[in-house]
Design a protein around this ligand. Structure first.
Ligand SMILES: Nc1ncnc2c1ncn2[C@@H]1O[C@H](COP(=O)(O)OP(=O)(O)OP(=O)(O)O)[C@@H](O)[C@H]1O
Length: 272
């Protein structure tokens, strides 16, 4: 079997005496949508923060496969002098947040250009002298911005202020912004939170397109089970910080441990 794009191995995350994740292992396959679900306080956000470089896991490894083989994201964060969360982003992991973090006073397209500063503004002198390489990089950034606006059904909003967009569009703009960085893995943190049913349907379609049309690997935390069942190829369920089920959407939906966790009764009580 080929190496998964992301391999989470025996990750434990402690905050003082609180164990938010305990010995968590799962994998994220390339070109598929993996959902991380679980009741409130199950440890989903903490796991996401470990994967996206906001936290360094107390124990275990998170391996991102690349041209030079699997790379330990935790090791990137503690690399002497140059190490830090930015290396996780550079390794190819992009994310969106539970509450959108757009530049609300900037236009939609400007939000997408800012996200690409690494490719356009990599050399101060080339910017000052407007070299042909700099102008080409700028042109490509604009093309990429409009490409992802079209893919997210936002082309007509390019020149509006980001803060003026309806919430569902802001969430799609966040995804477009993450996609502009050319990520190998995009992590979506509760993308359907606060959306109405028609916005949620449109969101499902764009996430499915990311995967089916662009071969994008997606990891998503989501409470909306309808959305999870529609878009996911693989579902991992956490409860009290531990993996209690892992498989296809059908498998986890019928798993007594998952049903018990959501209903708040123990598996033993279910069997009794
Ligand atoms: N920075 C922190 N310091 C201390 N405890 C924390 C911290 N972050 C999370 N926790 C604790 O870790 C546990 C898991 O929290 P986490 O936010 O990861 O769960 P979650 O599954 O994302 O919940 P929700 O669905 O409500 O967002 C909780 O008991 C929480 O109180």
């Amino acid at each position: 079997m080929s190496q998964p794009l992301l391999d989470v191995r025996n990750v434990t995350m402690r905050f003082g005496g609180i164990v938010a994740n305990r010995d968590v292992s799962f994998s994220v396959e390339r070109g598929a949508v993996t959902a991380l679900i679980g009741p409130n306080g199950a440890g989903k956000t903490t796991m996401f923060n470990c994967i996206t470089g906001f936290y360094r896991a107390s124990e275990g490894q998170i391996l991102l496969d690349g041209a030079d083989g699997p790379q330990d994201l935790g090791a990137l964060m503690i690399r002497p002098i140059t190490g830090g969360s930015h290396l996780v982003t550079r390794a190819g992991i992009a994310r969106t947040f539970q509450n959108t973090r757009l530049f609300k006073e900037m236009s939609v397209v400007e939000n997408l250009l800012v996200a690409q500063h690494r490719v356009t503004a990599n050399n101060l002198l080339s910017g000052v002298f407007q070299t042909s390489a700099f102008r080409r990089a700028e042109r490509e950034a604009v093309d990429r911005a409009y490409y992802w606006l079209r893919e997210m059904n936002l082309a007509d909003d390019a020149n509006r202020l980001a803060g003026e967009l309806p919430y569902g569009r802001q969430r799609r703009l966040e995804i477009a912004r993450a996609m502009c960085t050319g990520p190998r893995l995009i992590c979506l943190d509760e993308p359907a939170a606060g959306l109405n049913p028609s916005e949620t349907r449109e969101l499902s379609e764009v996430i499915k397109r990311l995967c089916i049309v662009h071969g994008q690997t997606v990891l998503v935390i989501e409470h909306d089970m309808g959305l999870v069942m529609r878009i996911s190829n693989h579902v991992v369920v956490l409860d009290h910080g531990e993996v209690i089920s892992d498989g296809t959407p059908e498998h986890v939906a019928n798993d007594p441990a998952v049903i018990a966790a959501y209903l708040g009764v123990s598996e033993e009580e279910m069997k009794a």
